[in-house]
Design a binder for this molecule. Structure first.
Ligand SMILES: [Zn+2]
Length: 170
């Protein structure tokens, strides 16, 4: 296992839809192991493959930050089964370090997909886990939480990132 660099807002792969995984090869399993290690090291509650430069529909999540092994979740080719309710919470992203904003999202979701062994599984997420699932699903569609903001709030973050990029601090 090895840590992979986490790409930041502006890297092309973060802004494009990822493609489905056709086959769970040893390389895919290695990628998942690396993603888990990278997520824990960050630390973060979720990480999508696009964030480490792989345009594939894979994400890992663990809202316990590694404290509870049962909370570690891997999804390959995930899909929403259900989405309902509404929550409004602060959100950040490992690819947009130093910024966060309030994002409106459903408060409960059910997702299905494959686990790392290729078995179909389904998980319900409420509150923070629902938010993490949706945040990672957005990544697989090339969308960051910044893209969910509107107007001045979004412009402000984008402008500050552009400035940091220009001055070599991003
Ligand atoms: Zn993110």
């Amino acid at each position: 296992m090895s840590l992979r660099p986490i790409l930041r807002y502006g890297a092309d792969v973060l802004h494009l839809p990822a493609r489905p995984v056709a086959e769970i090869t040893p390389e895919i399993v290695r990628l998942i192991d690396d993603m888990i290690q990278t997520m824990y090291a960050a630390p973060g509650v979720g990480l999508a493959a696009t964030q480490v430069g792989e345009p594939l529909r894979i994400f890992v999540a663990d809202v316990s930050l590694g404290r509870n092994p049962a909370d570690l979740i891997t999804f390959i080719n995930p899909e929403f089964v259900e989405r309902d309710g509404m929550q409004l919470e602060e959100e950040g992203c490992l690819s947009v370090p130093g910024f966060n904003a309030t994002v409106v999202r459903p408060s409960r979701v059910v997702i299905k997909g494959l686990d790392r062994d290729g078995r179909e599984h389904q998980r319900e997420g409420v509150a923070l886990l629902a938010r993490a699932f949706q945040h990672e699903m957005d990544h697989l569609d090339g969308m960051l939480f910044v893209d969910r903001l509107r107007g001045i709030k979004r412009d402000l973050i984008v402008r500050r990132i552009r400035k940091l990029t220009r001055t070599g601090k991003w």
